[in-house]
Design a protein around this ligand. Structure first.
Ligand SMILES: Nc1ncnc2c1ncn2[C@@H]1O[C@H](COP(=O)(O)OP(=O)(O)OP(=O)(O)O)[C@@H](O)[C@H]1O
Ligand SMILES: O=P(O)(O)OC[C@H]1O[C@H](OP(=O)(O)OP(=O)(O)O)[C@H](O)[C@@H]1O
Ligand SMILES: O=C(O)c1cccnc1
Length: 500
């Protein structure tokens, strides 16, 4: 087995994608134009919304998309591909266009968050990696946002690196958590790579190494400017906190004593007692950090109990999206070039309405009230529709059409932006802090009923009349075509098959 790996991300795809590329290539269809879109069917964590993340990595991935000699050798060794197809892959470069929501955008189920338009070969190869990236990062940004919603203005530190599903997840999860509203990460590499603030206290091991709270804290204070002491190694209230205060008392500059961290026990009870001890000792500004398997439910509960916690360290539950480890975003074909060279809408039928796709190239418009910027819903239109100059728009539920409203005095903001134009990057990637601010600002524009943690109202994601009609007509046309295609055989009621 090779121990040094000449790796590239071109093979970060399911084998079936390359097999489909080969079929298209063999049939002379590899350059046929198509449009695919990414969306998820249900908001994660029973949330009313999600926070989109992953675009920056998609950009990096697409920019570096090239089969190396090593990749081609591997395909030669393992697959029965002819040399001509391998030569085609060796020469491959990505020429498609990508339109996407921006990172940090508030997104909802059943609306396209990214669209890839280009050759069948391009669109097919990138499916796996794009879903892999967006599914994870969007999930973590959303979890982080839910935690931020209950934490108010408290400081939130991401502690998950050691519990993440491997290194990539730790790094990109830290970034997604920051986009979702965390203040810092404990992951130094994520800090360096993405310009995220880093923060850290110390572990129980350091206290155990000194076998004594006082000696450990004193040593830490001698080697660090700012000190947050972990006080629960032996006995939080009888040893940890008193010894933290003792070491703080010995500091010439008291502002070096930042506070204490607790990582076990009843956080509500302990934090209340610790607060009193710190205040009585003359440290009202010393903070209390809590950690230990926290998530949005525990934090909300602790706040309701009156816990005196100023900062929360959150690891496992956040970085692994513990209560819902998959977003389930999918990648579906919505347009295909026909024999005359025109891109025509296409859709997939299903007996379950959820799995029925919506045909056509689209734009998503966030409809907000002019007077206060509050959200009315998202309006999904054909790519050539522009509601911005309409006096009013009629918004109706795409399944229960009798649920509807007419919206006037609105602003319509287009959400899909061009990122790659025929393989060329035409988008300036924003700074991470701008992404985070953008996300916060747009989340604030969402009514509380869509944001609340428990049983949020479903946010309207409606189709324009034009798109709705296209969908209905496509369903009728496809049914007719399938009936024609099936005329060469008979099926009786028990599905016995007879060819004519
Ligand atoms: N007052 C509280 N109300 C609700 N949940 C709490 C409260 N105090 C702590 N918790 C949470 O209860 C869970 C169990 O806490 P406990 O200290 O028993 O953890 P543990 O995992 O058994 O301890 P350790 O980490 O030392 O092994 C943790 O998720 C913790 O955050
Ligand atoms: O609980 P999480 O949300 O996953 O947050 C990360 C955990 O990692 C550390 O524990 P660990 O036992 O690994 O090391 P320690 O000795 O530093 O506590 C830390 O004390 C947290 O409890
Ligand atoms: O800095 C900390 O306190 C920390 C970092 C990672 C995991 N647990 C705690």
């Amino acid at each position: 087995m090779k121990t040094t790996i000449n790796d590239s991300l071109a093979l970060h795809t399911d084998l079936y994608e390359i097999n489909m590329m080969k079929t298209y290539w063999d049939a002379g269809k590899a350059d046929q134009q198509a449009v695919f879109e990414v969306y998820f069917r249900n908001n994660p964590f029973d949330s009313g919304y999600a926070i989109f993340a992953g675009l920056e990595r998609v950009i990096q991935y697409v920019q570096g998309l090239k089969f190396t000699e090593d990749d081609i050798d591997y395909l030669r060794e393992t697959q029965n591909y002819p040399e001509e197809f391998l030569a085609y892959l060796a020469d491959y470069h990505f020429d498609a266009s990508i339109r996407s929501m921006e990172e940090g955008e508030i997104v909802f189920n059943n609306e396209p968050i990214m669209q890839i338009k280009g050759s069948l070969a391009d669109c097919t190869l990138v499916e796996t990696a794009i879903l892999n990236i967006i599914n994870y990062q969007t999930l973590i940004a959303t979890k982080a946002s839910r935690i931020r919603n209950v934490a108010g203005d408290d400081n939130l530190a991401e502690f998950g690196a050691r519990r993440a599903q491997e290194m990539d997840a730790a790094i990109w999860g830290a970034r997604a958590a920051y986009i979702g509203g965390f203040n810092s990460t404990s992951n130094v590499r994520a800090g360096k790579l993405f310009n995220i603030p880093i923060s850290g206290t110390h572990a129980h091991a350091m206290v155990q190494a000194y076998q004594n709270d006082y000696e450990a804290f004193k040593a830490y204070a001698a080697s660090h400017e700012k000190c947050t002491f972990l006080v629960d190694t032996y006995d939080t209230l009888r040893s940890g906190v008193p010894n933290a205060i003792r070491v703080a008392n010995e500091m010439e500059d008291k502002s070096r004593f930042v506070g204490v961290r607790i990582d076990s026990g009843d956080i509500s009870y302990l934090s209340t007692r610790i607060r009193k001890m710190l205040d009585d000792a003359g440290y009202p500004d010393a903070i209390i950090v809590a950690s230990n398997d926290l998530d949005e439910k525990t934090i909300l509960n602790l706040k309701m109990q009156g816990a005196k916690v100023d900062a929360w360290g959150v690891g496992t539950q956040l970085i692994t999206a513990f209560d819902q480890p998959a977003l389930g975003a999918v990648y579906k074909l919505c347009c295909i070039e026909d024999a005359s060279g025109e891109l025509v809408p296409t859709m997939k039928l299903s007996s379950s309405p959820d799995k029925m796709t919506t045909p056509g190239e689209k734009q998503i418009w966030r409809i907000t009230r002019k007077k206060d910027g509050k959200s009315e819903g998202d309006y999904v239109t054909g790519i050539n529709e522009d509601p911005t100059h309409e006096e009013s728009i009629f918004m109706f539920h795409p399944t229960y059409t009798y649920v509807n409203k007419t919206v006037r005095h609105f602003n319509a903001r287009p959400l899909l932006r061009t990122i790659f134009d025929k393989g060329e990057l035409v988008y300036d990637v924003p700074a991470i802090d701008d992404i985070r601010d953008f996300s916060r600002e747009h989340l604030d524009a969402l009514w509380e009923e869509y944001r609340r943690m428990l049983n949020p109202e479903p946010y309207p994601v409606d189709l324009s009349q034009q798109l709705y009609d296209l969908k209905m007509n496509s369903i009728a046309e496809i049914r007719q075509r399938v009936a024609e295609d099936c005329k060469t055989f008979d099926l009786d009621e028990d599905l016995n098959l007879n060819f004519k």
